[in-house]
Every structure is written in C-alpha cells, then in structure tokens.
Ligand binder design. Sequence first.
Ligand code: NAD
Length: 494
Amino acid sequence: MKTVSHWINGSLSTDKPSQVGEIFNPATGKISGTVNFADLATVNTAVQAATTAFDTWRHSSLTKRTQVLFAFRELVNKNKEKIAELITAEHGKVLSDAQGEVTRGLEVVEFACGIPHLLKGGFSEEVSTGVDVYSIRQPLGPVAIISPFNFPAMVPMWFFPIAIACGNTVIVKPSEKDPSTIMFIANLLKEAGLPDGVFNVVHGDKVAVDALLTHPGIKSISFVGSTSIAKYVYENGTKAGKRVQALGGAKNHMIVLPDADLELAADAAINAGFGSAGERCMAISAIIAVEPIADQLIEKIKVRALKIKTGDGTTNADMGPLVTKVHRDKVASYIDAGEKDGAKVVVDGRNVDMAGEGFWLGPTLFDHVKPEMSIYLEEIFGPVLSVIRVKTYDEALKLVNNHQYGNGTAIFTNDGGAARRFQNEVEVGMVGINVPIPVPMAYFSFGGWKNSLFGDSHAHGTEGVHFFTRGKVVTSRWLDPSHGGINLGFPQNT
Ligand code: NAD
C-alpha cells in the first residue's frame, strides 16, 4: 500500500495529514494506497514556497527556462511507458490511451519550448520625435492548477509548461482519485533542473481548493472539471480578485448528414464514444442522424460496439473500467433512466460479464433518444452513445445550439458547403469536420463555449501565454547625447 503525500519546495511533505483519501485500482476494485489531503496550513506552506521561488525564477533567463523544458521533454519521452502505467493503475484507461494522453501533453511542452519567440513584445520607434513605445509581458506570480481525474497527466500539462516558461511558479491540485502521475512528473521536473519551489503539488478536496481560491498569494486559477465546480471556482476565484479560466463539462454532438461516409462515421462514433470508456471531455455522446441514414448507421455502430473488448487496461482490452464504483453506478443509473424514458437499448453495457470487483460497464448504444430525456440533457461521462433521429440539417443544428454545453462537436459529410455552414453557425468552441475528437494542437487553444467554460481564456496556445502573463507598455524618451548626456565623442560634447 502506497502513501501519496504533497510535493513542496522540491521534496515530499512529511506533514501528518488530518484527513486521507483512498486510491483504487478500478480494474480490481481494490484499494492500492492512500493520499494525504492538504489542510489550510499545508496550502499556506506550498504558497510560501512558490512565492519565495518566484523571486528568483521570474528573473531566470529565457535560455535557462527553455533548457529545463527541453530536458523535461526528453525525460517524459523516455518515461512515457512508466507514466502510462501509473495512469492506468489509478484511472483504468487502457495503456494505449494513457500513452496517447502523455503524447498530447508533450505537445504543450514542445510549444512552451518556443517561449522566447512567444514572449517577444512589439516595438514602435519614433511615435513622437525621440519617443519609442514597446510592450512586454511579465509573469503573474504563483499560479494554481486544479485538475480532474480523467487526464491526470495531460490536463496539468495543458497549463504548467506554459506557466513555468512565462516565469511563474505553480501549485497543482490534482484529482484525489488518481494522484500518483503528477508526483512522478514532479520528480522529472526536478531531474530536468527546475529549481525547488517552482513546481509544487498539494493533494486533497474542497478544503485545498477553497484555500487556493482565497489565498492572496495565488494570482490565477486554471481549473478543469465538472460544470458545477467550474462555476463555483470561477465565481469565488474572481471574487477574490484572481484571473480564472474554468473549463467545465460537455455533451458533444456528432451530426451525420445523409451524404456522409457511414463507415468513417461509424468508426469515429466508436472511437470517440467509447475510447477511455467515454470519460473524456471531448467524447462524443450524442449522435444526430439526419434521415434517411439512421438505420444503416446504427447497424454499423452496433456491429462495432459488440466487438469491443472490455477488460483490465494493462491487458490487450479495448476499453477499461470506470474510475470509481460510485461513478460506475451513476452511469448505469443513466442507462436505467434512458430505458425507462422509452429510448431503445440497442447494445446494453450493463450485461458485460466480468470476473472480480472491478468497476465494469460495457459499451451502451441507445436509439430513438428524445431531447427531453435525461440521457440527452445531462453529461453522463461514461461509455454511453445516444442516437437522435432528425429529418433536416436545421433540426440537427438547433439541437446542438440549444444544448447547455458547447465544448466540442463534429459533422460528417462530403459536402464542403454544408461543413462550412456548420462551422460558421454552430455555437461550440471546438469543431471537427469528418474528425470526431477535434482536440486542437498545442499551438491553438483548447476550450468550449456556454456551460463548458467560465472565463474568456482558453487553455494553451497563445491564449495560454496571455493568461499566464500581464502586459505592460513602456513609452520612453531618451534625449540625444547632444543634450548633455555622457561624452560619446560627438562634436557637440567636446
Ligand atoms: P470534478 O469537478 O469532480 O473535480 C475536478 C477537481 O475539482 C478535482 O481536483 C476535485 O478534487 C475538485 N473538486 C471536487 N469537488 C469539489 C468541490 N465541491 N469544491 C471544490 N473543488 C472540488 O471533476 P472530475 O469528476 O474529476 O472530472 C470529470 C469532469 O471534468 C467532467 O465533467 C468532464 O467533462 C470535465 N472535464 C472537462 C474538460 C474540459 O476541457 N472542458 C476536460 C477534462 C474533464
């Protein structure tokens, strides 16, 4: 049984915790360790360490910062399999998914390695006679990152490489469900040469989050999690005078137009619907089939869904367990509700036959889902795909735009004009055209609309650089040496 403690000022905290949480292996249902929960005193110690480190780190050269990031990139690459194993052991996703998560996180590290270029300001010479104006961007100070269970490596990596590259110091509060991955990453950052105190980790729940939200030493909050907590974090963080970006839940729609390649659409539905057991904020959970193709499309998805092998993520399974028993039961209760509300269960994940106490649920496919059903209105965050049949593109678009969430969406069609109209008309932050999970590359920014994001800054890309820096504009007038400056050997001074 392992114990996971906080990482403060470059080493493990030895504070005796007043509260601990249990860590499970979702594939066995067994407890694999405990995690110490931070109280106010522990958070204060972490903020003090980050504040002290900031005094030096903010003056570190861009060359030094990028040397650390390049070294970190090499170390993550070298340890990709080890990090994936840590993710699978506590999250449950299959190893290939876990490795994919590390790869997507690494792309942000690579983006942050370009910080000397990204931090370059603007310069206007001679805005008035002898007057120049230039802009610079400076770090905020200690910043907090509060992350969800579903991407224990990638989501923190959306933020901390850029925050550190910009000269900030960081405190991560990871999910208490899978806290080990970020500890391994903390060690790699130290090995890469990051000075102590620049990167810290505190574990815990609401107590730790509230302490970070109200601590005057914390200058910004980057939150990712469910919508109700994102809203809470946004409201309370901004009330405390902080800059906040709070990414929330999702209900991603995939529209399939009658002219689409149905084989491609069915493959996409399977990968985006059941990958990571649907525990992805960019998972597809609602498929809008524009008639007359619904029967054909559902048959193709059904055939594929029945072939998905559910099992321990460390074996050659296609789909792992859900993260906790509570979450597994919640997702199963949505399936019960959908059936009761009159949707047709085409593939039933409740029937999955697994030995042991793991948190298992197979893929579920619903047909004839109606917009007023809870399986359509709410985020399920599990391996459940709902098909809604409509007659026209306009009906499909209206469904997407009327939904409370606006994280990601996709359209499948061979008509460029239809796709172009969709990208223009849809009220969603990230759009895929014949691409099911349109997670933007690191040099673009990641974020949704409506109840999927509170605040106006998306994650990574240039918006990330802006979020983690403050702009300053300098207007300067330096008189010509002929006005009595030092003797430069000009004729006027001699
Ligand atoms: P969650 O909201 O339960 O937890 C997120 C973080 O908030 C964790 O660190 C947790 O410890 C903390 N927290 C939990 N309850 C709290 C409370 N009452 N007060 C203060 N802090 C609290 O989310 P989760 O279950 O870990 O993750 C799944 C959710 O995250 C889904 O809704 C998913 O859509 C969302 N998500 C969104 C994105 C995105 O980019 N929009 C990405 C990944 C996950």
